[in-house]
Design a protein around this ligand. Structure first.
Ligand code: PEP
Length: 247
C-alpha cells in the first residue's frame, strides 16, 4: 500500500517570512491520508525545516559535487547540515533553462541517496514530443538515464514525478487517462530496470496544472500516488483545499 504524497513546488517564490507564515497556517490542516510537503527556495529552507513539524520540506535542486568552484550552487552536504530530507531533481525548468541532463540528474540522485535525502525525480515530455507521439520513448529514456546504477531498494523509496511540460503552468492539464497511462509507463520502466519490489514501492506523482478541482480525479487512478503542484501550492487557501480533497 503506497501512501499518497502531495508536494508543492514554490519555485522562485516566497521570502523566509512568507514561507514560515505559510507553514504555520497550513500545518494544523494536515492529516494522515497523505504525506504533504513543500519545496522551497534555498534561502528559506532552514527556516522551513525549523518551523515544519509534519510537513515535508524539500529543496528544489542541488549540485552533485560536495564543494568547489561552482558559483551559485548548493551541495548535498549543505542541505544535510540544515536538516533537509527531500530534494527535487530534474524539474523541467532546470532541464530547459539550466542545462540539467539525465546524466547530472543521475549524479544528483546518487549523491542524495548516499546522504539519506529522498530525491523527487521529475521527468516529462515537451509539447512537440507529445504531438509527435514520442511520450513513452522520452519517459523511458529519461528514467534509464536518471535512475541508472541505483539500487532497487533505493528506487523503491524514491518519488518520481511525471510532469508533461505542456501542462506545467499552462492551465492545460493532462486528462486523467493520459496521466494514468504515463504513470503506468513510469512504473513499468522501474519494473524493467529494478524488479517488482521497486516498481510496487516507488511513489509516482502527476504534475501539471493540478488544482483543487481536479486533484481527486488524478488521485483515483491506479498508478498515480500523488501530485507535484506549482501554482496552486502558493496560496494557503488553495493548498488547504487540495489537502481536504485528498483526505
Ligand atoms: C510544477 O512546477 O512542477 C508544476 C506542476 O506547476 P503547475 O502546477 O503550476 O503546473
Amino acid at each position: 500500500m503506497r501512501k499518497p504524497i502531495i508536494v508543492g513546488n514554490w519555485k522562485m517564490n516566497k521570502t523566509c517570512a512568507e514561507a514560515v507564515s505559510f507553514i504555520n497556517e497550513i500545518e494544523p490542516k494536515l492529516h494522515d491520508g497523505a504525506d504533504y510537503g513543500i519545496a522551497a527556495p534555498f534561502t528559506a529552507l532552514k527556516d522551513c525545516v525549523n518551523t515544519a513539524k509534519g510537513l515535508i520540506v524539500a529543496a528544489e535542486n542541488c549540485h552533485f559535487e560536495d564543494n568547489g568552484a561552482f558559483t551559485g550552487e548548493v551541495s548535498v552536504p549543505m542541505l544535510e547540515e540544515i536538516g533537509v530530507k527531500w530534494c527535487i531533481i530534474g524539474h523541467s525548468e532546470r532541464r530547459q533553462m539550466f542545462n540539467e541532463t539525465d546524466e547530472t540528474v543521475n549524479k544528483k540522485a546518487k549523491r542524495l541517496i548516499e546522504a539519506g535525502i529522498t530525491p523527487i525525480l521529475c521527468i516529462g515530455e515537451t509539447e512537440a514530443q507529445f504531438d509527435a507521439g514520442q511520450t513513452e520513448e522520452v519517459i523511458r529514456a529519461q528514467l534509464k538515464g536518471g535512475l541508472e546504477g541505483l539500487c532497487p531498494k533505493c528506487v523503491a523509496k524514491m518519488v518520481l514525478a511525471y510532469e508533461p511540460i505542456w501542462a506545467i503552468g499552462t492551465g492545460k492539464s493532462a486528462t486523467k487517462e493520459i496521466a494514468q497511462n504515463c504513470c503506468h509507463i513510469v512504473r513499468d520502466q522501474v519494473r524493467v530496470m529494478f524488479g517488482d519490489e521497486a516498481a510496487e514501492g516507488v511513489r509516482i506523482q502527476y504534475g501539471g496544472s493540478v488544482k483543487p478541482n481536479n486533484i481527486k480525479e488524478y488521485m483515483a487512478m491506479e498508478d498515480i500516488d500523488g501530485a507535484l503542484i506549482g501554482g496552486a501550492s502558493l496560496k494557503t487557501d488553495s493548498f488547504e483545499e487540495i489537502i481536504n480533497a485528498t483526505k
